[in-house]
Write a protein that binds this ligand. Sequence first.
Ligand code: F0G
Length: 488
Amino acid sequence: MPQFTVVSVHSGVTVTTVRFYSTTGGELVEKRSWAEPYKIKMVELIKMTTEEERKAAIVEAGYNTFLLKSEDVYIDLLTDSGVGAMSDRQWAGIMMGDEAYAGSRNFYHLQKTVEDYYSYQYTVPTHQGRGAENILSQLLIKEGDCVPGNMYFTTTRLHQELAGGTFVDVIIDEAHDPNSTHPFKGNVDFGKLDALLKDVGSDRIPYVCIATCVNMAGGQPISMANLRELRVWCNQHGILIVHDMTRVAENAYFIQQREAGYEALSVQQIVHEICGLTDAATMSSKKDAMVNIGGFLAMNDERLYERACELVVVYEGLHTYGGMAGRDMEALAIGITESVQDNHMQARVGQIEYLWEKLESAGVPLVRPCGGHAVFLDARAILPHLKQDQFPAQALAAALYVESGIRAMERGAVSAGRDSKTGQNRLPKLELVRLTIPRRVYTQAHMDVTAESVVRVMHRASEVRGLRFTYEPSMLRFFQGRFEECDS
Ligand code: F0G
């Protein structure tokens, strides 16, 4: 959306507002500054380290930011998972845990909240998102099946493969181009979906896996129009839609901001509509819902629910706790209600846009447009002297840590892993470093320090050396892989 910044002085105070033409009427609208809809009640102190200490720490961690000790990190932007700040109400909920082995009151509260806010009738708690992915993949995928999706996610694809399936990417091409400014890069390309259907037939496609705010594409949303079209397509072919709803509230916020016809609806209403277009969902509640641990599988089909209940006891726990403590289910139920508030989402995405705009105006190559949970640096453009098999994004994340103690995450060739059939390294088009913003944790000043640090690393980019594996795990290698610097 074309927008411009206006700086004006009112009674001696400088006010910066962003103005843009509304998509519907063409009239000039003024976007006011946002502020967090909360105040801080408790703080956690963080440690600063010297560059010498950080150099030693990154070598000890094998140039893998997952292997750093948290106490050696200054600003932790590794992930937005399980690291949000809970509200006083959520903490109060923790004190109301009903830790009965079976039939906990908190489970029923969670189930009702999932139904009210997300529309799914049945809920099976799991210890986190991948627990739900494991159960769902085992229930729906048979050997030789294909599972189309709007870009892969690491754990989701692995569970699909372990269940005998093959993931097929059907996201629009723009999603693989960091410079495309398409407002809904999470959209499905029906040409790709039709081609798959023609190739393998509907019997070998158990479901289409749709992520809201696609993580690996840069936190990019899917539009409601695209999802509705997918619903029609799936109905025609008798194929289910499974929703990876980990960041559904952020996706709903982008629909409200960018999609014609949705500007007057609340995030809560849009979330409900998105979920209502899908058949089942896996959720990592450590993101949107701002709890430290937890997830669930949800669906409307009673028979699928019964089968999920049979499996959850094998891997997670009884179907009324599924690996979660009662107190955590209570905090989750409360977190769901907070996650869909418009003012929360405006501040949440507003903070990410703030960092994105600072970096963009400093000329840092970024994924466009700004995503919902993170700012993604284009490592190949920042380190053009490195080949992709020297893992530029891994090297950039390590260099950023050494520069300033900021911890980011690689989302490129290391995360993509090896092809399960050929054993070759996958070399994705997107070779990114993710600066992931935890919810309600950091201030704008932390964003300023982060932006300055990234710019400093960019100016010293030619000094950053490529990496090679010294230890490569066979699955999800980005978590525990170790590296050393290449000689040149
Ligand atoms: N789906 C998506 C889109 C995710 O981002 C994640 C986790 C999962 C599923 C798995 O959930 O961690 O609770 O088992 N993403 C984290 C991240 C790890 O940092 O992006 P989980």
